[in-house]
Design a protein around this ligand. Structure first.
Ligand code: NAP
Length: 336
């Protein structure tokens, strides 16, 4: 009997406290199970890093199974099928699967979905614009923000995986989009590369006045993916009948206090506040795919990614993401 193969993976070494540190996670050799009927063996190409993982690692992300110390970090990848014991999945197929942070993985074929990207668009788009972050953006735009032409919509974390797609979808519906971002480089990305009308750097001296100036008639729609001070500043500027989508609470995920909503400002604006849970919007996946793929294919939507090379780079990349230092959807190139 041959010994099981061992493959590199990233495991949980210490549960993050506050902002994740790169050494909370560590590269290790892990056993690759042998292939059983109905399974496929994947060589991981691109691994997605996502903020929800911070809650998963803390044991408090919706239905996610708890991650014990020493367990492989969960995560979604694009991988190539290198061996198959499933009649309907051919070797060589590119699939999206929950592989965890591994160089190779064995998964049930029925949980792996073929990657569909337009010609000329890299497969990693299936992790971002055409994947879960893109669906989040799509659902927030069509179900929560429902912009009318000429309305002003403010997008938090505007250049990230969700934000960069939301901006394009909003503009397609005639909205004037204002980006909230964390630094000058992202402000430049937002206006010069991603098409936002204006960008405001959150947290800087005078930024709340700058936001008010950028939204002279108030904010008709607000996609919240930031921290509590940002939420409060945006809500104070809501126009009558504004819509808010509460989508990401980055400071809270990193151990900050629970995010509170300024109820008086919501009430005075007669605003509607929606809570986003992307898993409620799977029925929109085909519509999202069609619209976002068309925007990528014609160049209206730029795939805005921050790519890191090699699995060993993933812990540092995740710490960067949770600290808000990423520029675009974070992807780790694991193999080729
Ligand atoms: N509710 C759902 O179903 C759902 C689904 C997917 C994603 N999300 C959420 O949507 C948000 C965006 O996700 P993403 O994958 O596209 O990530 P991302 O935007 O690429 O990265 C997270 C961004 O959050 C911003 N941020 C704002 N305040 C922050 C703070 N206090 N600390 C750290 N970062 C802060 C940073 O951008 P700036 O520096 O430019 O502000 C950072 O780059 C996340 O909060 C995520 O949890 C929610």
């Amino acid at each position: 009997m041959t010994a099981p193969r061992r493959v590199p993976a990233v495991v949980l070494r210490r549960r993050p406290r506050g902002l994740p540190a790169p050494d909370d996670l560590v590269l290790a050799d892990t056993e690759l199970p042998s292939l059983a009927d109905g399974e496929v063996h994947l060589a991981v190409l691109d691994l997605s890093l996502d903020p929800y993982l911070r809650s998963t690692l803390a044991g408090r992300h919706l239905g996610d199974a708890p991650v014990a110390l020493g367990d492989v970090v969960p995560g979604r990848s694009v991988g190539r099928v290198v061996a198959s014991r499933a009649a309907d999945v051919a070797v060589g197929t590119l699939v999206l699967a929950e592989t965890g942070w591994r160089a190779e993985a064995v998964v049930a074929a029925k949980t792996a979905t073929p990657v569909r990207v337009p010609d000329g668009v890299p497969p990693s788009a299936a992790l971002g614009a055409l994947g879960m972050p893109g669906l989040t953006a799509y659902a927030a735009v069509v179900r929560h923000l429902a912009p009318r032409p000429g309305e002003t919509v403010v997008v938090g974390a505007a250049t990230g995986g969700v934000g960069s797609v939301a901006g394009a979808l909003l503009r397609r519906r005639g909205a004037r989009t204002v980006a909230l971002v964390g630094d000058d480089a992202k402000a430049e990305d937002a206006t010069a590369r991603l098409g936002y009308a204006e960008a405001v750097v959150r947290g800087r001296d005078g930024w709340e006045e700058a936001l008010a100036t950028a939204c002279p008639d108030g904010i008709d729609g607000y996609l919240h993916m930031g921290d509590m001070p940002t939420l409060h500043a945006a809500v104070r500027l809501l126009a009558p009948r504004a819509r808010v989508s509460l989508c990401g609470l980055m400071d809270q995920y990193n151990g900050g206090p629970p995010t509170m909503l300024p109820a008086g400002a919501v009430m005075m604006a007669r605003a509607t506040v929606h809570g986003m849970v992307v898993y409620d919007h799977d029925d929109l996946a085909d519509a999202q795919h069609d619209e976002v793929a068309a925007l990528l294919a014609d160049g209206t939507l730029v795939l805005h990614e921050e790519r890191h090379e090699g699995l060993a780079a993933a812990p540092e990349a995740f710490a960067r993401l949770m600290a808000g230092r990423n520029r675009g959807k974070v992807v780790v190139a694991v193999g080729c």
